[in-house]
Design a protein around this ligand. Structure first.
Ligand SMILES: [Zn+2]
Length: 478
């Protein structure tokens, strides 16, 4: 391996979160019945006129800005000509020599080491329809046809599967923070096609590029690259040559397989799209778009450390999940104790989600519930034990803590009379422990407290109970 360095470049396609399609008014909603969101424009009928979705252009410029790109002040769409059944007009409207953004960068960090991955270009195009193969028949769903698609292309700066995964995680998070793409790889709204070759350090020469398709998750990207590095290495070590091709990834077999060889480059006969006016980005518009960029993950992380007093680790855990960061910010706006809130969210809340194998979006939990519970804890209505006991129900059923506590009769007992009675009961029942305590064995105190908590099912207010217990035992000493 020392002789070869893996060289990976990435092509990422992100479906933009606009309500309507790129050049028509059809809805982009995912999961609608096949071909229910179509019109003559996105079905490629002759004689129709496409109209540019302004918001999609803004989303692309916004992303390019966040990726430190140079923004084109003059750009236009181009026709990329090719025939495929999912593309009824035989060309895709895309961008060619004038992308909206170019020469950017995205910083990644692995084990404390930072590295910038250069972004070659960010451009806007339209998605194609979706082919569905069933048995010996193929079907086409054109709902996806014409959905705004942003393409982000990196320079070949990625040198390991870990870097590739880290890059994708960071990029996906950035797109989610910007609100331009939901990042759902399993629904195909974020798709990634890495190309990989092995650079020969001994002869100082580039290897042959292989492109990988059909990667449904970031984990799969890592696995496919790992597999492909080993496959290419074995071929080179046995004196073979790598074929330039596109390979698919089989999730079942955990291996790549040849899809088609790329012996001749496609000639797409690009030419400027004559039906759509060019895009002119003036200072005013660019400023407006720049102002719409929200706080991005790196800034948020820094603010959580500097202003909230969280550790770098805590801040990082909260920030790498946008829904978790949102929960945290909502909770501290109602209950300004960041450390306490972060602690509950990071350990207890995430712990419950992990055990139940659920994502934040799948549970009806709300920030107000955590705040309500913390207040119940503060005013002594419930004990920490009860809080931990009811929290899973709060998270998984979205039930208000107060309600659970009332329904289950879990309100903490703070009535001194009631506690005194229970303390007396325990003292008369646990003669041995009382005797030991009187002989100076401090430990017996803990045992007696345990008995009180057992009798009250954990509901006795611990500080009141221990105070009364101490008083009673002191009285016995005399
Ligand atoms: Zn349409």
């Amino acid at each position: 391996m020392n002789r070869y360095l893996p060289v990976v470049g990435m092509e990422v396609h992100a479906e933009l979160l606009t309500k309507s399609k790129m050049f028509c008014r059809c809805s982009t909603r995912f999961g609608a019945p096949p071909n229910s969101q179509t019109c003559p424009v996105c079905l490629g009928f002759p004689g129709v006129l496409p109209v540019t979705n302004k918001r999609a252009v803004e989303f692309t410029i916004m992303t390019a800005l966040a990726l430190d790109c140079e923004i084109a002040r003059y750009a236009h769409f181009a026709r990329k000509n090719y025939f495929y059944p999912d593309l009824p007009k035989n060309y895709q409207i895309s961008q060619y020599e004038l992308p909206l953004g170019k020469n950017g960068r995205l910083e990644i960090e692995i084990g404390g080491k930072k590295k910038a991955i250069r972004i070659r270009r960010v451009h806007l195009e339209e998605d194609t329809g979706r082919l569905i193969h069933m048995g010996d028949k193929s079907y086409i769903d054109f709902n996806r046809s014409g959905v705004p698609l942003m393409e982000i292309v990196t320079e070949p700066d990625i040198n390991s599967p870990e870097e590739a995964k880290e890059f994708l995680e960071r990029l996906r998070l950035l797109l989610q923070y910007l609100g331009v793409c939901d990042g759902k790889m399993e629904e195909g709204s974020l798709r990634c096609e890495p190309n990989i070759s092995l650079y020969d350090l001994e002869t100082d020469s580039w290897g042959t590029k292989v492109e990988i398709k059909n990667l449904g998750s970031i984990r799969a990207v890592g696995e496919a690259l790992e597999y492909e590095i080993n496959r290419q290495l074995k071929i080179l070590q046995s004196g073979g040559t790598i074929v330039q091709e596109t390979r698919g990834w089989s999730e079942e077999r955990k291996e790549t397989f040849s899809m088609r060889s790329k012996e001749e480059a496609h000639d797409y006969r690009y030419f400027p799209e004559p039906d759509i006016p060019p895009i002119i980005v003036d200072d005013e518009w660019l400023r407006e778009i720049r102002e719409r960029i929200p706080e991005l993950p790196a800034e948020k992380e820094e603010r959580f450390v500097k202003e909230m007093g969280l550790s770098k680790e805590e801040a990082h855990i909260l920030v790498v999940s946008l829904p978790l960061a949102r929960l945290f910010e909502e909770a501290i706006s109602l209950y300004p104790e960041p450390k306490k809130v972060a602690n509950w969210l990071i350990s207890d809340f995430q712990g419950i989600l992990n055990t139940e194998k659920k994502s934040i979006e799948e549970v009806p939990f709300r920030a107000e519930f955590l705040v309500e519970m913390l207040k119940l804890l503060d005013d002594g209505t419930i004990s920490i034990r009860i809080a931990k006991e009811i929290f899973p129900q709060v998270v998984l059923e979205g039930k208000a803590p107060k309600k659970i506590v009332e329904e289950k009769g879990l309100l903490q007992i703070a009535d001194e009379e009631v506690i005194r009675r229970i303390v007396m009961e325990v003292i008369s029942e646990e003669k041995e422990a009382v005797e030991q305590y009187l002989k100076g064995k401090e430990k017996a105190m803990g045992f007696l407290m345990g008995q009180i908590m057992k009798k009250t099912k954990g509901k006795a207010n611990p500080s009141i109970a221990s105070q009364i217990l101490k008083e009673k035992l002191e009285e016995l000493k005399r």
